[in-house]
Design a protein around this ligand. Structure first.
Ligand code: OAD
Length: 234
């Protein structure tokens, strides 16, 4: 029988999708170098210029459609399959590469490119490939549709479920995230406080590296499969 609480909680960030060809945010060449975060990732930016914001997310949706999961996504899916009920992925990523690799238990704390949201009535539905300012909501009809993405200044999704999982896990792994965005950056402290062993997998040091017990420095596509094998070997 599946355990009610996962014993392994895995936080993923943009770095896990980098080798699939999806740009990260803060590295050289990252998305926040070529786009203003305030313009495309805040409610105020959307109110000012919804066309620009839709164009940004339409382009990102198209970019994700054209790529595939990499060995890191696939290794996490195999881990979940081998340890039923024990693995939970909490991702900051808005792509669907974990699901396409076969992971079932995935929480998208920053929303999903594949979903649309009505900011008038809170209805949610599958986003079309192209969204436009003024598209009517299928439920209330108001021209108030937006990407279902958590922007800066908004609350991440599923925080109660995440908090419960962090307080029950025995292993916490953070993969490919810079530790610069809260509350995700604080998950390691939360897990560590309840006794979990904390492992960071990243190309480099992150802002919160000092909070982890162990660091695996390297590309996710190599380091994650190796770590997953180690977990399965006990
Ligand atoms: P960042 O762009 O801030 O950080 C990416 C991290 O991935 C860095 O620490 C890199 O060292 C690491 N990295 C890059 N390539 C890697 C590879 N091949 N293998 C392993 N690690 C690699 O992305 P996030 O931490 O995910 O939020 O950013 C967090 C949030 O900030 C995002 O969810 C997004 C953004 O603004 C919203 O849009 C709300």
């Amino acid at each position: 029988m599946a355990r009610p609480d996962p014993s392994i909680v895995i936080l993923t960030g943009a770095g896990i999708s980098a080798e699939s060809g999806i740009a990260t945010f803060r590295e050289s060449g990252g998305l926040w170098e070529s786009h203003s975060l305030e313009e495309v990732a805040t409610p105020q930016g959307f109110a000012r210029d919804p066309d620009l914001v839709h164009a940004f997310y339409n382009a990102r949706r198209a970019a994700v459609r054209g790529v595939s999961p990499n060995p890191a996504h696939r290794a996490l899916a195999r881990l979940e399959q081998a340890l039923p009920g024990q693995v939970l992925i909490v991702t900051q990523n808005v792509d669907d590469l974990h699901e396409r690799a076969g992971s079932k238990r995935v929480i998208h704390m920053h929303g999903e490119l594949s979903r649309a949201l009505c900011h008038a009535c809170q209805a949610r539905w599958a986003a079309p490939d192209l969204m436009h300012a003024g598209d009517p909501c299928p439920r209330c009809g108001k021209p108030a549709t937006r990407p279902d993405i958590v922007w800066f200044g908004e609350f991440p999704y599923y925080m109660d479920e995440i908090e419960t999982a962090l307080s029950a896990c025995t292993t916490f792994a953070a993969i490919g995230t810079s530790g610069q965005v809260w509350p995700a950056a604080g998950f390691v402290q939360r897990a560590r406080a309840t006794g979990a062993r904390c492992i960071e997998i990243n190309l480099d040091q992150s802002e919160v590296s000092g909070d982890f017990h162990e660091h695996l420095i390297g590309r996710a596509g190599e380091a994650v499969p190796a770590w997953a094998e180690r977990v399965l070997a006990g």
